[in-house]
Design a protein around this ligand. Structure first.
Ligand code: AKG
Ligand code: FE2
Length: 261
């Protein structure tokens, strides 16, 4: 069973060890005490729909239409989102606390762009049991996810490789770590595998804010994580080239492993 730990943002530094454990094992936790009002989801949906005609800035950052792999899914993206509200500051704060919990006092996250995405799933009686979004880990450093409160579907992979359904908790965000977190931490942070399954009919909407990675420099491990006992795991690459790699051909497993040293 996957225990999703709850992290209270108002309770630092006491929560540091809890945060470190969550990020090194499951790669996922539930965030409370974030200070955002409960009305946020509706505001975020509205802001995203207005921007739906946004096109790609980096590969996969704009509109994604239903595809043969994910026919029930489409997404509206917004690159370098620091609005609505100051979610960028929240994401940077969470990422910095994760870095600090691993002994990195000064992190570069302030300079890293975000991508905002609204995911829309058209679930019907006929599609129950089929896939909404195939298994993946996010290419980002971390993702702040606002789940749909009424239509379920998200499942995360636990350490035994089993998928566990996630039950939304109103007023909280689900935070999960992605591939860039694994590379930046030289393997210390766990990139959570997850998927969305159609379990009941209805339109399911989730909102994700991704802290992507460095904008103008390569993704590299922080120096604190590399020494003779912990040799460097991954070659240097840019966020853009990595996303190009992910979008090339169908997902056939762990593309990050192609970048191992
Ligand atoms: O819709 C969800 O709950 C998850 C979406 C997701 O995995 C993603 O946007 O990367
Ligand atoms: Fe995801």
């Amino acid at each position: 069973m996957a225990e999703i730990r709850t992290i209270d943002l108002t309770n630092f530094p006491s929560e540091e060890a809890n945060l470190r454990e969550a990020c090194q094992t499951l790669g996922c936790f539930r965030l409370v005490g974030h200070g955002f009002p409960d009305s946020l989801p509706a505001e975020m949906k509205a802001a995203c729909i207005i921007k739906r005609l946004n096109s790609d800035v980096i590969p996969g950052s704009g509109y994604l239409s239903p595809s043969p792999t994910n026919p029930l899914y489409e997404a509206f993206g917004l690159y370098d989102a620091s609005s609505p509200l100051d979610l960028h500051a929240l994401v940077v704060d969470i990422a910095s606390k994760i870095g600090k919990s691993l002994g990195v006092p000064s992190c570069p996250f302030e300079q890293w762009p975000c991508q905002f995405r609204l995911n829309k799933y058209s679930f019907t009686e006929e599609t129950i049991g089929s896939s909404g979004v195939q298994i993946h880990s996010d290419s980002s450093f971390l993702t702040v996810l606002q789940e749909d409160d009424s239509v379920p579907g998200l499942e995360i992979m636990d350490s035994s490789g089993s998928f566990v359904p996630v039950h939304p908790v109103p007023g909280s965000f689900l935070i999960n770590l992605g591939d860039i977190a694994k590379v930046w931490s030289n393997g210390r942070l766990h990139n959570l595998k997850h998927r969305v399954q159609c379990k009941e009919a209805g339109e399911r909407i989730s909102i994700a804010l991704f802290l992507l990675g460095p904008k103008d420099s390569p993704v590299e491990p922080a120096p604190e994580f590399v020494d003779s006992d912990h040799p460097r795991l991954y070659r240097s690459f840019t966020v853009e080239s990595y996303r190009q790699l992910l979008l090339s051909g169908p997902y056939t497993g762990d593309k990050l492993s192609l970048l191992l040293m």
